[in-house]
Design a protein around this ligand. Structure first.
Ligand code: CA2
Length: 169
């Protein structure tokens, strides 16, 4: 796994005075779509045995190592996810990481919300959707995402976050 840059956490700890021009922490929003709240309770052969909370805590910790703030939000409702995306614009999120879950294959509205706010996003799937049923092969999100990660289990979220927090991204 790529290590966080030393300057992100280490250097700031040694400062004695706060710097007036200190940049605001980078903010990344992680969105989880419907039924992902069930992670760790069923179908571990497809989705692994970690809970959503395990994943979210790991992402928050990984983000802190980069001096970034990671916020995670899960909903089983399309409108709630859309409204969270809209709010992210005013809240100055630099990046969104989204697993749209079942909405991947159905939701023009959630895709439109993401393109509408113009925040770059990475699409993540825990399972390899291309090795599953044909209806999972099409995504409304992939063509407008920076990139898509699928089939790497929950590690896909970590990799997406590391990419999002590279200085040039
Ligand atoms: O592989 C993924 O991450 C998916 O986005 C997961 C979605 C599925 O509809 C997509 O095709 C691929 C399903 C999420 C449901 O998660 C569950 C987890 C545990 C038990 C039951 C469902």
């Amino acid at each position: 796994m790529t290590k966080p840059p030393k300057s992100a956490a280490g250097a700031s700890r040694q400062r004695t005075k706060p710097q007036a021009s200190k940049a605001a922490a980078r903010r990344v929003l992680v969105l989880h779509g419907p039924n992902l709240n069930l992670l760790g309770t069923r179908e571990p052969h497809i989705y692994g045995s970690e809970t959503l909370d395990d994943i979210n805590q790991r992402l928050a910790q990984l983000g802190r190592g980069y001096g970034a703030v990671v916020e995670c939000f899960q909903s089983n409702h399309e409108g709630a996810l859309i409204e969270r995306v809209h709010a992210a614009k005013a809240q100055k999120y630099a990046y969104i990481i989204i697993n749209p879950a079942g909405y991947t294959h159905t939701s023009v509205a959630l895709r439109d919300a993401l393109t509408g706010v113009g925040i770059p996003f990475i699409e993540v799937h825990i399972s390899n959707v291309h090795a599953r049923e044909p209806f999972r092969h099409h995504s409304y999100f992939s063509a407008v995402a920076t990139g898509t990660i699928c089939g790497l289990g929950s590690r896909g979220y970590d990799l997406a976050l590391q990419f999002a927090l590279q200085p040039k991204n």
